[in-house]
Structures are given as structure tokens and as C-alpha cells.
Design a protein around this ligand. Structure first.
Ligand code: FE
Ligand code: FE
Ligand code: ZN
Length: 292
């Protein structure tokens, strides 16, 4: 069975129940969310009652909660060795892990970090140090996201991901989240996805992959830009994305769409339906725009 969903909201009033209801409204059977605004540190306490209600509704609707993922906020940067900033990142990520634990979420996707001129080696060493502080006694697994290589982003190739994993002591709690747009923008040929997976398996190990972000890209391969496009409307294209989504080797892992809104409308209901049909609709964006 295809495990497919998208990025959904999480707000103070409805929390996990609201996130789940949003996902269900798109015909999704999994989802990803931030536990608060990704760009600030304001976090509301987790409401036990809303969490319980959401978990009960997931059981009722046959949703496997063990596939649901949280995305770590992007204000943290473990690669930055500046003492105050590094301490802040570690502390805030530990708090996020605690929130995941309270919610019962097992996975947290993390952008490894940007070395901001310190160089790849120092950046990776800082990330490893941070992860080792965060992952002691963690019940949550951190999934390092493969990045587009914008600016000084680390994680733009499999070798960098491998170096980080090598440095992490608690291998049980570290994994990888692939992102098709990022892979394309980083220079990988996602049109030859079996070869790409074989390379990932050789360098890192396929068993580390626990999630994949499915996005088309607005840019050509190797652009190092990171601009997501709606499914089938970008440089990767519908057929390649369908092959990735239905790839047997990724059968059990959640596929998460992070495609852009069309106008002010979420595209996910239509995109998920199109993916299930396996048939590209080049009018999809116009249809989304004309709905009320
Ligand atoms: Fe991300
Ligand atoms: Fe992503
Ligand atoms: Zn991205």
C-alpha cells in the first residue's frame, strides 16, 4: 500500500488532531508537520487530550502513526560552532525531541546545517558533536535530509551524509530523508533512480532511508537552488516521480509532498489523487485555481 501524504499545519488550538484532519481532507494516509512555527521558538504545550483524540482517529482511519514525521525547525544550525548559537541549537532540538516523544512521533527530519564559511570538515564535526548530545537517550530518530547544496549547506551529497552518520554513536537513532528536488538540484540524476539508490546503498546504506520528500524542481539539475515545483510541472517530470513513488525498494517508507501552494490553495488533494491514478493532468494547476 502506498504511504503518501504531505506537509500539513500544526496550530495551538487543534494540534495533532488538526494536522491529521488536514491530511485526511487531502486523501493522505500519512503527513509531516512542524510542532510550531519553524522560524521561531514559540511553542505551545502539547495537549494530551487532542493527542489522544488524534491517535484514536488514526486507528479508526487505518493510518499507521509510526510513519508520521515531524520536521525540525530551520532556525537551528548544528554546523555553526559559535558557542551560544551551537548551544541554542542543541537545546532547542532536544526540546523538539521531547515534543515528538510527547506526541508519540518516532521520526524528526533535520537539515544537517550550513557551515557558513567554516568549511565542510569543521561543519560536519560540529553537526556530529551536536547530534551526539541530542541523541543520547532519545526515543526519536533524526533523519538527515539530503540538501540541494544552496550556499554552504552540508548534506549535498551522499558522502557528507555518510561522514555524519559515521560520527554518530547512537546509530539506532540516525537515518536519512531523501528529497527529490534537493537531489536533482544537488546534481544527482533522479531520472535514473535505481542507479541513484544503488549509489546511496553503496555509500551510506539503503536501510538508513526512512522517509522521502517528493517534489518536482523549478531548476535544472545541479542548480543548487532548492525551489520546489508541483508534481509534473518541473524539470524532473511526472513519469520520473511516479517511478520513484512506486519504487519497490521504498515501498514501506512515507512519501511526503512539499510542493508549493497554487495561488493561495494547497495542491495536495489534487496531487495525491493524480499520483494514485498515475496519470499526469497538465491542467491541474488551472483546476486548483478555479476551485472555490
Ligand atoms: Fe526540509
Ligand atoms: Fe524536503
Ligand atoms: Zn527544499
Amino acid at each position: 500500500m502506498l504511504i503518501i501524504g504531505c506537509h500539513v499545519g500544526f496550530n495551538k488550538e487543534s494540534q495533532l488532531l488538526g494536522s491529521l484532519e488536514e491530511a485526511l481532507s487531502y486523501g493522505a494516509n500519512t503527513f509531516m508537520f512542524y510542532t510550531g512555527a519553524p522560524q521561531n521558538t514559540n511553542r505551545s504545550p502539547i495537549d494530551r487530550d487532542l493527542t489522544d483524540k488524534a491517535i484514536a482517529l488514526m486507528k479508526e482511519r487505518d493510518i499507521d502513526y509510526s510513519k508520521v514525521v515531524v520536521h525540525a525547525p530551520y532556525i537551528v544550525n548544528l554546523a555553526n560552532g559559535d558557542e551560544d548559537k551551537f548551544k541554542f541549537s542543541v537545546r532547542f532540538l532536544k526540546e523538539e525531541i521531547n515534543r515528538c516523544t510527547e506526541l508519540g512521533v518516532k521520526w524528526m527530519v533535520l537539515h544537517p546545517g550550513s557551515h557558513i564559511g567554516l568549511g565542510e570538515e569543521v561543519g560536519i564535526a560540529n553537526i556530529v558533536k551536536g547530534l551526539n548530545e541530542i541523541l543520547t537517550n532519545s526515543s526519536v530518530t533524526i533523519l538527515l535530509e539530503t540538501m540541494a547544496g544552496k550556499g554552504s549547506e552540508i548534506g549535498r551529497n551522499f558522502e557528507e551524509i555518510k561522514k555524519i552518520i559515521d560520527g554518530v554513536s547512537n546509530k539506532e537513532r540516525i537515518g536519512v530523508c531523501l528529497d527529490t528536488c534537493h537531489l536533482n538540484d544537488a546534481g544527482y540524476d533522479v531520472n535514473k533512480f535505481d542507479d541513484l539508490l544503488a549509489e546511496f546503498d553503496r555509500v551510506v546504506g539503503l536501510s538508513y532511508v526512512k522517509c522521502i520528500h517528493i517534489n518536482d524542481s523549478k531548476n535544472e539539475r545541479s542548480a543548487h537552488k532548492d525551489r520546489h515545483e508541483n508534481i509534473g510541472f518541473g524539470t524532473i517530470g511526472f513519469d520520473s516521480l511516479i517511478k520513484i513513488i512506486y519504487n519497490d525498494k521504498l515501498k514501506d517508507i512515507p512519501k511526503i509532498l512539499e510542493t508549493p501552494y497554487v495561488g493561495d490553495k494547497p495542491p495536495y488533494r489534487e496531487e495525491i489523487a493524480m499520483i494514485r491514478k498515475r496519470e499526469f493532468d497538465d491542467q491541474l494547476k488551472d483546476k486548483i485555481l478555479s476551485e472555490d
